[in-house]
Design a protein around this ligand. Structure first.
Ligand SMILES: *Cc1c(COP(=O)(O)O)cnc(C)c1O
Length: 376
């Protein structure tokens, strides 16, 4: 069986975890958490980074820091994971879904402005498959309407837009280190703060509403409960696991890109012959090969393709059911304008096996079986 995903493992994970145990420091904000934060800050030129328990909790921190008031609205795509939406619902926001572009499956920046009302506070973009949204346009809209921008860069670690790392362009960025992502700590994530005004509030939010971080830096004489918050800091054991992978980040990234490029080149003819569509990487975007997807003619052909691949021992999977048509989406949000592409394009999309160090023979089998399905 060729799996759809195999979590990355580079070898040093257990050594670092063992060291954390020997140092008697396995709770949050130990040495591994700190070196991971620092590494991400340096590598991506980020103002401040805090590891979190998940990408979802990073999104929750972002939503809380946005200072949502009852009835405030957040603009986001419907083609995304539930976490993007539920983080803002927890903060009390109403969701306004905007259609996607068919080429990147990202929010259509040209349709954002018409969704803005007096109640809009935030634009939350999702960089699908680690390919950037059109951030120049989106940041300009946010500036002109005085809105905050949250980047759900859960899939975008190591990707960039016009030279800037994804997650460092808006006000806040959210990464995921779930086992299905390019770099993993089992469950985990990181919160990126691009405006230093929010640093202190973010630390308090992450540590149960206390000013413990300031206390450890010697900025206050004792620490106390100073505001609302939760527990968003991960165990140092998980950070130790992640540290092994961050050290190999470039190697993992180029290995994944190699696989992505091989898929792309092998399927180019199918696309030229009008049988499938391949992902589009716009100019100025550097992607991280988080995902390789193709688009079939329609839902029926996709169902047949997934079944055919499964019969050949290969697991290919579809992706999000659009949130605006899900039970919670109907309750907490509305779709602004026409759903021209969200449902239609998500029905056609299918993801192929993609993970670090995929076996070359397995990759060839996936490619050959795909070609034979569409040629038949
Ligand atoms: C994975 C993912 C999340 C959630 O991340 P977790 O670490 O699993 O909580 C959020 N948004 C998107 C787009 C994702 O792909």
């Amino acid at each position: 069986m060729i799996h759809f995903n195999v979590p990355p493992f580079v070898g040093a994970e257990f050594d670092y975890m063992q060291e954390a145990v020997s140092n008697h420091k396995i709770c949050g904000d130990g040495q591994y958490t700190k070196i991971c934060n620092k590494w991400i800050e340096d590598k991506f030129n980020a103002q401040k980074v805090l590891l979190t328990t998940s990408g979802t909790s990073a999104l929750e921190m972002a939503a809380l820091l946005c200072g949502i008031k009852p009835d405030d609205e957040v603009i986001l795509p419907s083609f995304t994971f539930s976490s993007t939406a539920t983080a803002f619902v927890l903060a009390g926001a109403k969701l306004v879904f905007v259609d996607i572009r068919p080429d990147t499956m990202n929010i259509d920046e040209k349709k954002i402005e018409q969704a803005i009302t007096e109640k809009t506070r935030v634009i939350c973009v999702v960089h699908y498959a680690g390919v950037s949204c059109e951030m120049d346009t989106i940041m300009d809209i946010a500036y002109r309407h005085n809105l905050l921008v949250v980047e759900d860069a859960a899939q975008g670690v190591m990707s960039a837009y016009k030279g800037q790392a994804l997650g460092t362009i808006g006000d806040f960025g959210c990464y995921s280190f779930h086992e299905t992502k390019n770099y993993s700590m089992g469950e985990g994530g990181a919160f990126v703060i691009n405006n230093a005004e929010f640093n202190e509030k973010a630390e308090i939010l992450r540590e149960k509403g206390t000013n413990r971080a300031q206390f450890f830096r010697g900025q206050v004489a004792k620490y106390s409960w100073v505001g609302y918050g939760s527990s968003y800091l991960p165990s140092d054991l998980n950070a130790a696991y992640l540290w092994a992978q961050l050290q190999e980040a470039d190697k993992i990234n180029s290995n994944r890109l190699e696989t992505w490029n091989q898929y792309y080149m092998s399927f180019k003819r199918l696309e030229d012959e009008g049988m499938i569509q391949l992902p589009v990487i716009p100019d100025g975007c550097i992607h991280n090969a988080h995902m390789f997807y193709i688009k079939c003619r329609d839902l029926e052909e996709r169902t047949n393709y997934i079944r055919y691949m499964k019969d050949n021992g290969i697991l290919c999977v579809f992706h999000y059911v659009p949130l605006h048509s899900a039970p919670a989406g109907l309750k907490y949000g509305r779709f602004n304008g026409e759903d021209k592409f969200t449902t239609k394009e998500s029905d056609r999309l299918v993801r192929l096996p993609m993970y670090y160090n995929i076996d070359k023979k397995d990759l060839e089998l996936v490619i050959n079986k795909t070609i034979s399905f569409f040629k038949k």
